[in-house]
Design a protein around this ligand. Structure first.
Ligand SMILES: Cc1ncc(COP(=O)(O)O)c(C=O)c1O
Length: 389
Protein backbone atom coordinates (compact mmCIF):
# COMPACT_ATOMS: atom_id res chain seq x y z
CA UNK A 1 0.00 0.00 0.00
CA UNK A 2 1.42 3.35 -0.93
CA UNK A 3 1.94 5.90 1.80
CA UNK A 4 -0.74 8.55 2.19
CA UNK A 5 1.18 10.72 4.64
CA UNK A 6 0.20 13.78 2.61
CA UNK A 7 -3.33 13.56 4.05
CA UNK A 8 -1.88 14.13 7.51
CA UNK A 9 -0.64 17.50 6.31
CA UNK A 10 -4.07 18.22 4.83
CA UNK A 11 -5.75 17.54 8.17
CA UNK A 12 -3.12 19.48 10.06
CA UNK A 13 -3.88 22.50 7.87
CA UNK A 14 -7.58 21.99 8.57
CA UNK A 15 -7.23 22.12 12.37
CA UNK A 16 -4.10 24.26 12.67
CA UNK A 17 -4.32 26.75 9.77
CA UNK A 18 -1.89 28.94 11.73
CA UNK A 19 0.12 28.90 14.92
CA UNK A 20 -1.68 29.63 18.17
CA UNK A 21 -0.34 29.50 21.69
CA UNK A 22 -2.93 27.91 23.95
CA UNK A 23 -4.04 29.43 27.24
CA UNK A 24 -7.33 27.56 27.10
CA UNK A 25 -9.61 25.99 29.70
CA UNK A 26 -9.16 22.58 28.05
CA UNK A 27 -8.29 20.84 25.87
CA UNK A 28 -4.90 22.37 26.59
CA UNK A 29 -1.55 22.08 24.84
CA UNK A 30 -0.11 18.61 25.41
CA UNK A 31 3.44 18.00 26.55
CA UNK A 32 5.68 17.18 23.55
CA UNK A 33 6.75 13.93 25.22
CA UNK A 34 3.08 12.92 25.40
CA UNK A 35 2.45 13.67 21.74
CA UNK A 36 5.53 11.66 20.78
CA UNK A 37 4.50 8.68 22.92
CA UNK A 38 0.98 8.73 21.51
CA UNK A 39 2.38 7.81 18.12
CA UNK A 40 3.12 4.34 19.47
CA UNK A 41 1.26 1.71 17.43
CA UNK A 42 -1.90 0.26 19.04
CA UNK A 43 -2.17 -3.14 20.68
CA UNK A 44 -4.89 -5.20 22.34
CA UNK A 45 -6.31 -4.05 25.65
CA UNK A 46 -6.58 -7.73 26.57
CA UNK A 47 -2.82 -8.30 26.12
CA UNK A 48 -0.19 -8.84 28.78
CA UNK A 49 1.49 -5.61 27.67
CA UNK A 50 -1.66 -3.59 28.20
CA UNK A 51 -2.12 -5.02 31.68
CA UNK A 52 1.39 -3.92 32.57
CA UNK A 53 0.71 -0.42 31.27
CA UNK A 54 -2.60 -0.11 33.13
CA UNK A 55 -1.21 -1.45 36.37
CA UNK A 56 1.87 0.76 36.25
CA UNK A 57 -0.25 3.86 35.54
CA UNK A 58 -2.64 3.06 38.40
CA UNK A 59 0.28 2.49 40.80
CA UNK A 60 1.86 5.81 39.92
CA UNK A 61 -1.47 7.62 40.28
CA UNK A 62 -1.99 6.04 43.70
CA UNK A 63 1.21 7.74 44.84
CA UNK A 64 0.41 11.02 43.12
CA UNK A 65 -3.08 11.24 44.63
CA UNK A 66 -2.05 9.65 47.94
CA UNK A 67 -4.84 7.17 47.37
CA UNK A 68 -3.38 3.87 48.62
CA UNK A 69 -6.71 2.84 50.18
CA UNK A 70 -8.85 3.70 47.15
CA UNK A 71 -9.42 2.10 43.78
CA UNK A 72 -8.21 4.03 40.77
CA UNK A 73 -10.44 3.73 37.72
CA UNK A 74 -9.41 4.88 34.26
CA UNK A 75 -12.44 4.92 32.00
CA UNK A 76 -13.17 5.84 28.40
CA UNK A 77 -15.21 9.00 29.00
CA UNK A 78 -14.83 12.69 29.69
CA UNK A 79 -15.05 13.84 33.31
CA UNK A 80 -18.81 14.32 33.17
CA UNK A 81 -19.13 10.56 32.66
CA UNK A 82 -17.77 10.01 36.12
CA UNK A 83 -20.00 12.75 37.52
CA UNK A 84 -22.92 10.65 36.29
CA UNK A 85 -21.32 7.45 37.60
CA UNK A 86 -21.04 8.89 41.11
CA UNK A 87 -24.78 9.58 41.28
CA UNK A 88 -25.97 6.37 39.58
CA UNK A 89 -23.79 4.12 41.74
CA UNK A 90 -23.80 5.71 45.16
CA UNK A 91 -27.12 7.51 45.63
CA UNK A 92 -30.39 5.61 45.84
CA UNK A 93 -33.07 6.46 43.27
CA UNK A 94 -35.00 9.43 44.64
CA UNK A 95 -32.29 9.96 47.28
CA UNK A 96 -31.05 13.40 48.33
CA UNK A 97 -27.69 14.94 47.47
CA UNK A 98 -26.32 18.22 48.80
CA UNK A 99 -24.88 19.92 45.73
CA UNK A 100 -22.59 22.86 46.42
CA UNK A 101 -22.65 25.33 43.56
CA UNK A 102 -20.08 28.09 43.06
CA UNK A 103 -20.42 28.34 39.29
CA UNK A 104 -21.40 26.66 36.03
CA UNK A 105 -19.86 23.26 36.78
CA UNK A 106 -21.60 23.01 40.14
CA UNK A 107 -24.82 23.71 38.23
CA UNK A 108 -23.89 20.84 35.91
CA UNK A 109 -23.58 18.47 38.89
CA UNK A 110 -27.05 19.56 40.00
CA UNK A 111 -28.42 18.78 36.53
CA UNK A 112 -26.74 15.37 36.58
CA UNK A 113 -28.35 14.63 39.97
CA UNK A 114 -31.79 15.73 38.79
CA UNK A 115 -31.72 14.08 35.37
CA UNK A 116 -30.83 10.82 37.09
CA UNK A 117 -33.99 11.12 39.21
CA UNK A 118 -32.26 12.00 42.44
CA UNK A 119 -33.10 15.07 44.51
CA UNK A 120 -30.65 17.99 44.72
CA UNK A 121 -30.53 20.21 47.79
CA UNK A 122 -28.47 23.18 46.63
CA UNK A 123 -25.99 25.29 48.59
CA UNK A 124 -25.29 28.10 46.13
CA UNK A 125 -22.73 30.87 46.55
CA UNK A 126 -22.35 34.15 44.75
CA UNK A 127 -20.08 33.84 41.71
CA UNK A 128 -16.44 34.39 42.65
CA UNK A 129 -16.92 33.01 46.16
CA UNK A 130 -15.90 29.62 47.56
CA UNK A 131 -17.95 27.43 49.90
CA UNK A 132 -16.81 27.99 53.47
CA UNK A 133 -16.68 25.15 56.03
CA UNK A 134 -19.17 26.77 58.42
CA UNK A 135 -21.69 27.20 55.59
CA UNK A 136 -21.37 23.56 54.64
CA UNK A 137 -21.75 22.55 58.28
CA UNK A 138 -24.93 24.57 58.57
CA UNK A 139 -26.38 23.12 55.35
CA UNK A 140 -25.65 19.60 56.59
CA UNK A 141 -27.26 20.30 59.96
CA UNK A 142 -30.37 21.46 58.12
CA UNK A 143 -30.35 18.45 55.78
CA UNK A 144 -29.25 15.44 57.83
CA UNK A 145 -30.95 13.08 55.37
CA UNK A 146 -28.68 13.72 52.36
CA UNK A 147 -26.78 10.66 51.14
CA UNK A 148 -23.85 12.53 49.66
CA UNK A 149 -22.26 15.93 49.08
CA UNK A 150 -20.77 17.19 45.83
CA UNK A 151 -17.99 19.76 45.66
CA UNK A 152 -16.38 21.37 42.62
CA UNK A 153 -12.76 21.58 43.75
CA UNK A 154 -11.77 24.10 41.11
CA UNK A 155 -14.61 26.02 39.48
CA UNK A 156 -13.32 26.59 35.96
CA UNK A 157 -15.95 29.24 35.19
CA UNK A 158 -15.01 31.59 38.05
CA UNK A 159 -11.37 30.67 38.78
CA UNK A 160 -12.12 29.77 42.41
CA UNK A 161 -10.44 26.91 44.26
CA UNK A 162 -12.63 25.59 47.06
CA UNK A 163 -10.94 24.80 50.40
CA UNK A 164 -11.37 21.06 49.86
CA UNK A 165 -9.36 19.80 52.82
CA UNK A 166 -11.47 21.83 55.29
CA UNK A 167 -14.75 21.05 53.52
CA UNK A 168 -13.97 17.33 53.51
CA UNK A 169 -13.41 17.48 57.26
CA UNK A 170 -16.92 18.88 57.75
CA UNK A 171 -18.45 16.23 55.46
CA UNK A 172 -16.79 13.45 57.44
CA UNK A 173 -17.91 14.94 60.77
CA UNK A 174 -21.42 14.42 59.40
CA UNK A 175 -20.46 10.94 58.24
CA UNK A 176 -21.53 11.43 54.61
CA UNK A 177 -20.12 10.42 51.25
CA UNK A 178 -18.15 13.10 49.41
CA UNK A 179 -17.87 13.32 45.61
CA UNK A 180 -15.32 15.76 44.23
CA UNK A 181 -15.33 17.20 40.74
CA UNK A 182 -11.58 17.70 40.34
CA UNK A 183 -11.77 17.99 36.55
CA UNK A 184 -9.68 21.16 36.40
CA UNK A 185 -7.83 20.61 39.69
CA UNK A 186 -6.34 17.13 39.62
CA UNK A 187 -2.72 17.32 38.53
CA UNK A 188 -2.32 20.93 39.69
CA UNK A 189 -3.89 21.29 43.14
CA UNK A 190 -2.99 19.16 46.16
CA UNK A 191 -5.20 16.09 46.62
CA UNK A 192 -4.71 13.65 49.48
CA UNK A 193 -7.45 11.11 48.96
CA UNK A 194 -6.74 8.87 51.99
CA UNK A 195 -6.00 11.58 54.53
CA UNK A 196 -8.94 13.79 53.48
CA UNK A 197 -11.20 10.72 53.16
CA UNK A 198 -12.57 11.58 49.72
CA UNK A 199 -15.00 8.98 48.41
CA UNK A 200 -15.00 9.82 44.71
CA UNK A 201 -12.61 12.20 42.99
CA UNK A 202 -12.69 12.49 39.22
CA UNK A 203 -10.89 14.41 36.49
CA UNK A 204 -10.58 14.61 32.72
CA UNK A 205 -7.37 13.95 30.83
CA UNK A 206 -7.47 17.20 28.81
CA UNK A 207 -6.81 19.48 31.77
CA UNK A 208 -3.90 19.72 34.23
CA UNK A 209 -2.22 16.48 33.16
CA UNK A 210 -1.83 18.02 29.70
CA UNK A 211 -3.20 15.08 27.70
CA UNK A 212 -5.72 14.88 24.86
CA UNK A 213 -9.38 14.40 25.88
CA UNK A 214 -11.10 11.03 26.16
CA UNK A 215 -10.03 9.58 29.49
CA UNK A 216 -11.69 10.03 32.89
CA UNK A 217 -9.42 9.43 35.87
CA UNK A 218 -11.05 8.68 39.21
CA UNK A 219 -10.56 7.38 42.72
CA UNK A 220 -13.31 5.41 44.45
CA UNK A 221 -13.53 4.44 48.13
CA UNK A 222 -14.57 1.01 49.44
CA UNK A 223 -17.63 2.60 50.99
CA UNK A 224 -18.85 3.66 47.55
CA UNK A 225 -18.54 0.10 46.25
CA UNK A 226 -20.49 -1.17 49.27
CA UNK A 227 -23.18 1.42 48.60
CA UNK A 228 -23.28 0.48 44.89
CA UNK A 229 -24.16 -3.13 45.76
CA UNK A 230 -27.46 -1.86 47.14
CA UNK A 231 -28.34 0.37 44.15
CA UNK A 232 -30.64 -1.54 41.80
CA UNK A 233 -30.14 0.13 38.40
CA UNK A 234 -26.58 1.26 37.93
CA UNK A 235 -26.68 0.69 34.17
CA UNK A 236 -23.81 -0.98 32.32
CA UNK A 237 -21.29 1.53 30.97
CA UNK A 238 -20.70 3.35 34.26
CA UNK A 239 -21.26 0.42 36.61
CA UNK A 240 -18.49 0.89 39.16
CA UNK A 241 -18.72 -2.72 40.37
CA UNK A 242 -18.18 -4.01 36.84
CA UNK A 243 -15.27 -1.62 36.33
CA UNK A 244 -13.71 -2.82 39.60
CA UNK A 245 -14.20 -6.45 38.61
CA UNK A 246 -12.28 -5.98 35.35
CA UNK A 247 -9.56 -4.01 37.10
CA UNK A 248 -9.04 -6.72 39.70
CA UNK A 249 -9.30 -9.60 37.26
CA UNK A 250 -7.19 -8.32 34.40
CA UNK A 251 -5.94 -4.75 34.96
CA UNK A 252 -8.23 -3.54 32.24
CA UNK A 253 -11.71 -2.14 31.58
CA UNK A 254 -14.99 -3.82 30.46
CA UNK A 255 -15.08 -1.68 27.31
CA UNK A 256 -12.15 -0.59 25.15
CA UNK A 257 -9.98 2.02 26.90
CA UNK A 258 -8.36 5.02 25.15
CA UNK A 259 -4.91 3.40 25.08
CA UNK A 260 -3.04 6.46 23.69
CA UNK A 261 -4.31 8.64 26.55
CA UNK A 262 -3.27 6.03 29.09
CA UNK A 263 0.18 5.87 27.53
CA UNK A 264 0.26 9.68 27.75
CA UNK A 265 -0.77 9.63 31.41
CA UNK A 266 1.94 7.11 32.15
CA UNK A 267 4.46 9.41 30.46
CA UNK A 268 3.29 12.35 32.60
CA UNK A 269 3.58 10.32 35.80
CA UNK A 270 7.15 9.45 34.83
CA UNK A 271 7.94 13.10 34.04
CA UNK A 272 6.62 14.05 37.50
CA UNK A 273 8.99 11.51 39.04
CA UNK A 274 11.99 12.68 36.98
CA UNK A 275 11.21 16.30 37.81
CA UNK A 276 11.67 15.50 41.50
CA UNK A 277 8.25 14.30 42.55
CA UNK A 278 4.74 15.57 43.13
CA UNK A 279 5.74 18.61 45.22
CA UNK A 280 8.03 19.91 42.48
CA UNK A 281 5.35 19.37 39.84
CA UNK A 282 2.66 21.13 41.88
CA UNK A 283 5.09 23.97 42.55
CA UNK A 284 5.50 24.40 38.80
CA UNK A 285 1.75 24.97 38.59
CA UNK A 286 1.70 27.30 41.59
CA UNK A 287 4.54 29.44 40.22
CA UNK A 288 2.92 29.59 36.80
CA UNK A 289 -0.41 30.70 38.29
CA UNK A 290 1.32 33.39 40.37
CA UNK A 291 3.15 34.67 37.31
CA UNK A 292 -0.12 34.96 35.41
CA UNK A 293 -1.98 36.69 38.23
CA UNK A 294 0.92 39.13 38.62
CA UNK A 295 0.76 39.89 34.90
CA UNK A 296 -2.98 40.58 35.09
CA UNK A 297 -2.64 42.92 38.06
CA UNK A 298 0.32 44.73 36.43
CA UNK A 299 -1.95 45.52 33.48
CA UNK A 300 -4.33 47.22 35.89
CA UNK A 301 -6.96 44.49 35.46
CA UNK A 302 -9.00 42.92 38.23
CA UNK A 303 -9.22 39.25 39.20
CA UNK A 304 -12.71 37.80 39.53
CA UNK A 305 -12.15 35.28 42.34
CA UNK A 306 -12.12 36.13 46.00
CA UNK A 307 -8.50 36.66 47.16
CA UNK A 308 -7.11 33.64 48.99
CA UNK A 309 -9.07 31.20 46.83
CA UNK A 310 -7.36 31.67 43.49
CA UNK A 311 -7.27 28.74 41.10
CA UNK A 312 -3.92 27.17 40.23
CA UNK A 313 -5.18 26.29 36.74
CA UNK A 314 -7.25 29.19 35.41
CA UNK A 315 -7.37 32.92 36.04
CA UNK A 316 -10.64 34.71 35.49
CA UNK A 317 -10.27 38.41 34.72
CA UNK A 318 -12.93 41.14 34.82
CA UNK A 319 -13.28 42.80 31.44
CA UNK A 320 -12.52 46.55 31.66
CA UNK A 321 -15.68 48.72 31.48
CA UNK A 322 -16.94 49.37 27.98
CA UNK A 323 -14.83 46.65 26.36
CA UNK A 324 -16.33 43.39 25.18
CA UNK A 325 -14.69 40.16 26.31
CA UNK A 326 -15.37 38.68 22.86
CA UNK A 327 -13.35 41.52 21.32
CA UNK A 328 -10.44 40.73 23.65
CA UNK A 329 -10.69 37.03 22.78
CA UNK A 330 -10.86 37.63 19.00
CA UNK A 331 -8.08 40.21 19.01
CA UNK A 332 -5.80 37.92 21.04
CA UNK A 333 -6.49 35.14 18.55
CA UNK A 334 -5.44 37.40 15.71
CA UNK A 335 -2.20 37.95 17.59
CA UNK A 336 -1.58 34.22 17.96
CA UNK A 337 -2.97 33.48 21.42
CA UNK A 338 -6.01 31.39 22.23
CA UNK A 339 -7.31 32.41 25.63
CA UNK A 340 -10.76 31.34 26.91
CA UNK A 341 -13.95 33.33 26.75
CA UNK A 342 -16.00 33.92 29.88
CA UNK A 343 -18.34 31.06 30.81
CA UNK A 344 -21.93 30.93 32.02
CA UNK A 345 -23.61 34.06 33.43
CA UNK A 346 -20.28 35.97 33.45
CA UNK A 347 -19.52 35.19 29.81
CA UNK A 348 -19.55 38.80 28.66
CA UNK A 349 -18.05 40.44 31.74
CA UNK A 350 -14.98 38.24 32.13
CA UNK A 351 -12.35 36.46 30.08
CA UNK A 352 -10.18 33.58 31.21
CA UNK A 353 -6.50 32.71 30.95
CA UNK A 354 -5.96 28.99 31.32
CA UNK A 355 -2.62 27.82 32.68
CA UNK A 356 -2.79 24.06 32.26
CA UNK A 357 -0.68 21.76 30.14
CA UNK A 358 2.42 22.63 28.19
CA UNK A 359 3.19 26.33 28.65
CA UNK A 360 6.64 27.91 28.69
CA UNK A 361 7.52 30.97 30.78
CA UNK A 362 8.48 32.91 27.63
CA UNK A 363 5.00 32.24 26.24
CA UNK A 364 3.48 33.86 29.33
CA UNK A 365 5.66 36.94 28.85
CA UNK A 366 4.61 37.16 25.20
CA UNK A 367 0.96 36.69 26.17
CA UNK A 368 1.10 39.73 28.43
CA UNK A 369 2.92 41.86 25.86
CA UNK A 370 0.04 41.14 23.49
CA UNK A 371 -2.68 41.53 26.09
CA UNK A 372 -1.32 44.96 27.02
CA UNK A 373 -1.42 46.06 23.41
CA UNK A 374 -4.88 44.60 22.85
CA UNK A 375 -6.43 46.21 25.92
CA UNK A 376 -4.84 49.59 25.21
CA UNK A 377 -5.94 49.49 21.59
CA UNK A 378 -9.51 48.50 22.50
CA UNK A 379 -9.64 51.27 25.09
CA UNK A 380 -8.42 53.76 22.53
CA UNK A 381 -11.02 52.65 20.00
CA UNK A 382 -13.67 52.84 22.69
CA UNK A 383 -12.68 56.38 23.62
CA UNK A 384 -12.94 57.30 19.95
CA UNK A 385 -16.39 55.75 19.89
CA UNK A 386 -15.27 52.93 17.61
CA UNK A 387 -15.61 49.54 19.23
CA UNK A 388 -16.11 47.52 16.05
CA UNK A 389 -12.74 45.78 16.46
C1 LIG B 1 -14.88 21.81 36.86
C2 LIG B 1 -15.34 21.09 35.64
N1 LIG B 1 -16.19 20.06 35.78
C3 LIG B 1 -16.62 19.36 34.73
C4 LIG B 1 -16.19 19.66 33.46
C5 LIG B 1 -16.65 18.82 32.31
O1 LIG B 1 -15.56 18.07 31.88
P1 LIG B 1 -15.67 17.16 30.57
O2 LIG B 1 -15.96 18.09 29.43
O3 LIG B 1 -14.31 16.52 30.49
O4 LIG B 1 -16.75 16.19 30.80
C6 LIG B 1 -15.33 20.71 33.24
C7 LIG B 1 -14.88 21.09 31.89
O5 LIG B 1 -14.34 22.14 31.64
C8 LIG B 1 -14.87 21.44 34.37
O6 LIG B 1 -14.01 22.45 34.22
Amino acid sequence: MRSYMDVVEEVRRLVWPRKLKLFTAGPVACFPEVLEAMKIQMFSHRSEEYRKLHRDTVDRLKDFLEARNSTILLIPASGTGFMEASIRNAVSPGGKVLVTVIGAFGERYREVVETNNRYAVVLRKELGEPVLPEELDEALKKNPDVEAITITYNETSTGVLNPLRELAKVVKEHDKLLFVDAVSAMGAAEIKVDEWRLDIVFASSQKAFGLPPGLAIATVSDEVFERAKKIPSRGYYFDLLLLKEYLEREWSTPTTPPIPQIIGLNVIMRIVEKMGGKERWLKMYEERAERIRRGVVELGLELFARPGYYSPTITVVKTPPGISSTDIYEYMRKRGFEIAKGYGPIKSTTFRIGHMGYIKDEDIDELFESLKLVINDLKLRQSRGNVDG
